[in-house]
Design a protein around this ligand. Structure first.
Ligand code: PEP
Ligand code: MG
Length: 760
């Protein structure tokens, strides 16, 4: 590209970044491109809300009345051709082309030269940018490249608007979009009022404010400091036993800072001078943090960040006033960049109608929990101005991955009709509840439920599950403000074990890290899924781990239906270390006179290295459970929470199937039972394959059990084995999908088989 063109490109890009809306950006692009390429007209076309045609949305050089009126159906005209082919089309004599369409009604003179480039974002066809010239003219490569670069810039902006449904005239006047498109997170349809996360404690958003009642402000500030101090002491004390010294030191530093008279005095002085508590705190923190930053010692310099972190905690307390429970609308939809497990658990059972996340994928833990609870969820909406949704009525269509904003009554009616139909078919499936998950040729597969919160226990019990195949203990850690004590954990575990006895309950030890954070435990990492996760974190914090092990062992006393499952096992060393801690935990319980139950220990097979150590691991554990969510993530190198790569996440990929096959064979040779507890198990099509591969226990969201049971009752074991053999030999994931779709159609279950391995 010639340098002057690069300069223009840079200038336009900069202006685009500064544009406040899509209209402004489009106007700017068509003007500048027309000028730079010295053409007669430059126009932009974008897909309309129905996604059936492309509408002229901006032009320079063409009748402005044509904007919003000229439209090309998909595949129609040269514009349609550009979109269809997804590559630049350059013609020196456009009129001679069979797809040429002339628009004399808008005074268009038949032009000769045409150059059109597609506007595409993440493979989504959003429109085209075209230039026209009355004379014959051949466009060069540099001009084509220039147009492509501009179209790519425009695509990002257009995508944001497209997902807000505000692309074309007629829809534009709406302040808010009609529909947002995301990724299916959990099936179902729900309607409720949007509830956004509580405002984050953000010092940048705190203005300088003055108040009359300085005493009240001072009291509020002192209360906030006292509350944070108590919170830190409690967390610090509880964790002291097992924390690494430097982690515990962090609590110490915070508490020391809070006790710092000067810090306290400075803020109070400002408040007494008339400043609002938050404003006073902001100024004090900024001043002290700056002082730390100017110090020569790197350790002391780093304390500036501690100070800010501490300041945010106090600010949060100040802003939330007290710890009053949040009041939720009767039917509400939780919306956020991410929706934490804690937020989901905070909504009273029965009031949660849906979950909507700008980030994430079906394998994010918010989506997994939504499925477990039977709540519709849509993930990965992308860059959407969520704050504009506050208070809107939202219709969450988890079946198609769409969210409708303030839906019209007829749309609501239509969805209510569909929801009723789904309810009816779910009821019909419930009739299978008492029937065994048995194939027509007599093979049995045990269907277990996944759970993690008290609210999903009832659903699991009701589903006809033959046990709990995965209890994610971390969920009850994630919904709290601090680490649960041993007794608090004991209560939870005991309740779960008792309610399912004598059926088996597999409880996984704390698996935090990755997309599962604890609000009271620092673990920010660049590559969290490859970092301090699961067993690595608990082995590094033996105090936390021992507390949990004791609670589990005690809860099992006299019931003996507990199996302990270890997450993220990648080497035998880890299991050895766990065995040592288990021995210690049992001894500690004995010393305290607390009875314990039997120990049955298992390892998750979710880190690929574990598959190559089945023999060695079998000597150390009693059973295995395959976590297909992480196994797929690590095997295919696809971040399970990243919406951009969600389409690459496929547990039916032949490589994943071969890995599972290898693990199942290894377990069989070592005479150790093996189950699958990842989301794949809840997909009826995948369940058939897993049975064919020799898996005898499948654990899934309780809501998926009836569909999986119906599929199992429709396929013979031999048929499943032959499908598995063909799937293992497949060259591409699409072959596996086709194979399963056909097989399901053949047994009269078309529409049940799923295009991806997420449960439906
Ligand atoms: C898995 O990885 O498949 C699994 C069951 O565990 P989680 O989804 O909680 O990581
Ligand atoms: Mg996992």
């Amino acid at each position: 590209m010639r340098w002057p063109m690069l300069d223009t490109l840079r200038r336009i890009t900069q202006k685009l970044n500064e544009a406040t809306d899509l209209d402004q950006a489009l106007a700017l692009v068509v003007r500048d491109v027309k000028e730079r390429l010295a053409v007669d007209a430059c126009s932009a076309y974008l897909v309309d809300a129905s996604e059936t045609s492309f509408v002229l949305v901006a032009t320079d050089g063409f009748d402005p009345r044509a904007v919003g009126s000229v439209r090309f159906a998909r595949g129609e005209g040269l514009v349609g051709l550009v979109v269809e082919r997804q590559c630049p089309i350059s013609l020196s004599n456009a009129q001679a082309h069979p797809r040429f369409r002339h628009l004399p009604e808008f005074g268009e003179q038949a032009h000769h030269a045409f150059l059109g480039v597609p506007i595409t974002h993440l493979r989504r066809r959003l429109g085209a940018l075209v230039v026209r010239q009355l004379n014959d003219r051949a466009f060069g490569h540099d001009e084509e490249a220039f147009m492509m670069a501009i179209a790519a810039e425009l695509a990002g902006l257009a995508y944001v608007s497209a997902t807000r449904g505000a692309l074309v005239a007629g829809v534009r006047e709406r302040a808010l979009p009609a529909m947002l498109r995301g990724i299916k997170g959990a099936p179902g349809i729900g309607i409720g009022i949007c509830v956004l996360p509580p405002a984050a404690a953000d010092f940048d958003a705190v203005p300088d404010r003055w108040v009359e009642d300085g005493d009240a402000e001072a009291r509020a500030f002192q209360h906030a400091v006292a509350a944070v101090r108590a919170e830190l002491r409690a967390s610090g004390d509880r964790m002291a036993a097992g924390m690494l010294t430097e982690d515990h030191a962090m609590f110490g530093v915070y508490i020391e800072l809070l006790d710092d008279d000067e810090l306290f005095a400075d803020t109070l002085e400002r408040i007494r001078a008339g400043a609002a508590a938050a404003s006073a705190l902001r100024r004090t923190i900024a001043e002290h943090a700056r002082a730390f930053e100017e110090m020569a010692d790197p350790y002391l310099r780093a304390r500036a960040e501690d100070l800010r972190g501490l300041g945010r905690r106090v600010l949060l307390r100040l802003q939330s006033g007290s710890t009053q429970a949040r009041v939720y609308p009767q039917r509400c939809v939780l919306v956020g960049e991410e929706v934490s497990i804690a937020r989901i658990a905070d909504v009273p059972v029965g009031q949660l109608a849906g979950i909507v996340c700008a980030r994430g994928s079906p394998y994010s833990h918010a989506a997994i929990l939504a499925r477990t609870l039977g709540i519709p969820a849509v993930m990965g909406l992308g860059s959407v101005p969520l704050d504009q949704l506050g208070g809107c009525s939202l219709l969450v269509d988890g079946v198609h991955g769409c969210v409708y904003i303030d839906p019209a009554p007829d749309l609501v009616q239509e969805f209510e009709r569909i929801a009723k139909q789904q309810f009816e078919s779910a009821r019909a499936l419930r009739e299978l509840r008492e029937l065994p998950a048995q194939t027509p040729d007599g093979a049995r597969v045990a269907l277990h439920a996944n759970a993690g919160l008290p609210s999903d226990l009832a659903i699991a019990l009701d589903s006809g599950a033959e046990g709990i195949g995965l209890f994610r203990t971390e969920f009850s850690f994630m919904v709290r403000d601090s680490f649960p004590s041993e007794d608090e954990q004991y209560q939870v575990y005991r309740e779960v074990l008792e309610s399912f006895a004598p059926r088996p309950v597999t409880m996984r030890t704390l698996d935090v890290g990755g997309d599962k954070g604890l609000p009271y435990f620092q673990m920010q990492e660049d590559n969290a899924f490859l970092g301090w996760r699961g067993i690595r974190l608990t082995l590094d914090n033996p105090g936390i781990f021992l507390t949990q092990l004791r609670a589990l062992l005690r809860a099992n006393a006299g019931i003996d239906n507990l199996k302990i499952l270890l997450p993220m096992i990648s080497s035998t060393r880890e299991v050895n270390a766990v065995r040592e801690l288990l021995t210690r935990a049992i001894a500690e319980c004995e010393t305290a006179g607390q009875p314990t139950g039997a120990v049955v220990l298992g390892a998750m097979i979710e880190v690929p290295s574990a598959i190559y150590q089945m023999v060695e691991l079998s000597k150390r554990v009693d059973f295995f459970s395959i976590g297909t969510n992480d196994l797929t993530q690590y095997l295919l190198a696809v971040d399970r929470s990243n919406a951009r790569v969600a389409r690459h996440f496929d547990s039916l990929h032949p490589a994943v199937l071969r890995a599972i096959d290898c693990a199942v064979r290894g377990a069989r040779d070592a005479k150790r039972p093996i189950s699958v507890c990842g989301e794949m198990a809840g997909n009826p099509a995948a369940a058939i394959l897993l049975m064919g591969l020799g898996v005898e226990v499948l654990s899934m969201a309780a809501a998926s059990i009836p569909q999986v049971k119906r599929a199992l009752r429709s396929f013979g074991l031999q048929q499943a084995q032959s499908l598995a053999a063909r799937a293992l030999a497949a060259e591409d994931p699409s072959d596996v999908h086709r194979l399963l779709d056909q097989a399901f159609e053949d047994v009269g279950l078309e529409g049940v088989s799923t295009a991806s391995a997420t449960p439906h």
